[in-house]
Design a protein around this ligand. Structure first.
Ligand code: SF4
Length: 260
């Protein structure tokens, strides 16, 4: 299968894995999708569920075209055309699924590669819909083709839950630069969530992206979402609906289903 790519835009990148699964987070939860998980992330969130994708230059990446099975390994670095070719080949022999999530690690730590991926996906997969998931901290690396993304999911990390320090200003700068029309802001909440910090995050979300959905995601462990308890959930919900018009509480669906 030949994949059309403009030579000048071909860029090598480091990928952790490419697989077919069910979107587990945010307003697209439940959608069958291809996931292109880029390698590398400089953050170390306490609740990170993809620590294997934090390393920057893994020797191999894994390709798994079905929900089951362990897949096959290929060498890094890789060109977008090689990934897209494999997705097209697998999609032809199963069913074409024109929905792709670019995720990480943190994809925007490889902005040129993300741009090349978006261009390649648009050129080679008819009516593909593209979701970009980002930690919302890399405000210096906003991708050039961000308007060609159908939907962007941007985190706001709370220090009381993630353990990261001083992220609010970075989130503000990031959100101010994003011109992708449709998206959501995702905040992971847990039993130790600081209500003061949460209030600041809600106000920031409403001020900069008032039309986007605000997704509150209860923290998960390996067995699934950790229920916060009805009291904590009520406290968070009362605060959220008092400030923001588009609140959604969505636990990680893939954890409930037991898939990656
Ligand atoms: S930003 Fe995402 S990938 Fe990076 S450590 Fe945090 S949860 Fe993990």
């Amino acid at each position: 299968m030949s994949v059309i790519m403009s030579k000048s835009k071909d860029r090598y990148g480091y990928v952790s894995e490419v697989f077919f699964s069910i979107q587990g987070e945010g307003p697209w939860a439940g959608k069958p999708q291809w996931f292109i998980r880029l390698a590398g992330c400089k953050q170390r969130c306490r609740y990170c569920d993809t620590p294997h994708a934090q390393a920057y230059t893994p020797e191999k990446w894994n390709f798994r075209p079905r929900l089951t099975g362990s897949g096959r390994q290929y060498n890094n670095p890789v060109l977008p055309a090689q990934i897209i070719g494999k997705i097209l080949l697998a999609a032809d022999s199963t069913r074409r699924i024109p929905s792709v999530a670019i995720t990480g690690g943190e994809p925007l730590e490889q902005p040129l590669f993300v741009d090349a991926l978006i261009t390649g996906l648009r050129k080679n997969i008819n009516k593909v819909e593209i979701l970009l998931e980002t930690n919302g901290l890399e405000y210096n690396y906003i991708v050039k083709h961000q308007r060609q993304i159908n939907y962007i999911s941007v985190d706001i990390k709370l220090a009381s839950v993630s353990g990261l320090k001083a992220t609010m200003l970075k989130h503000r700068r990031f959100l101010q630069k994003i011109a992708t029309p449709h998206g959501c802001i995702k905040i992971v909440v847990g039993s130790k969530t600081s209500m003061t910090e949460l209030e600041k995050a809600f106000i920031l979300a409403r001020k900069i992206k008032p039309d986007w959905e605000l997704v509150l995601q209860p923290i998960s462990d390996k067995t699934g979402p950790n229920l916060l308890g009805r009291n904590m959930l009520a406290k968070i919900l009362d605060k959220a609906v008092a400030i923001h018009p588009h609140v959604r509480i969505i636990p990680q669906l893939h954890r409930c289903l037991g898939v990656l």
